[in-house]
Design a protein around this ligand. Structure first.
Ligand SMILES: [Cu+2]
Length: 68
């Protein structure tokens, strides 16, 4: 089991609602322990174990956004 830190840039995030929507979806991905969203830089940092990059991207899409 390896602890990972994955980061994404989501250009379409602009407010607290976006932040909440992305956090809520990504937190549900298997293996995810923590999700940090920084609206200023449009960055999302995901920490966890054996997290699937594809699953995180799918969750971001599910929330209505697209990871760069
Ligand atoms: Cu928003």
């Amino acid at each position: 089991m390896s602890v990972q830190e994955l980061s994404y840039t989501i250009a379409g995030m602009s407010c607290g609602h976006c932040k909440a929507a992305v956090t809520e979806e990504v937190e549900q991905v298997v293996g995810v322990d923590a999700v940090e969203v920084d609206l200023d830089s449009k960055r999302v940092v995901v920490r966890g174990k054996n997290v699937s990059d594809d699953d995180v991207r799918a969750a971001i899409r599910e929330a209505g956004y697209e990871a760069a």
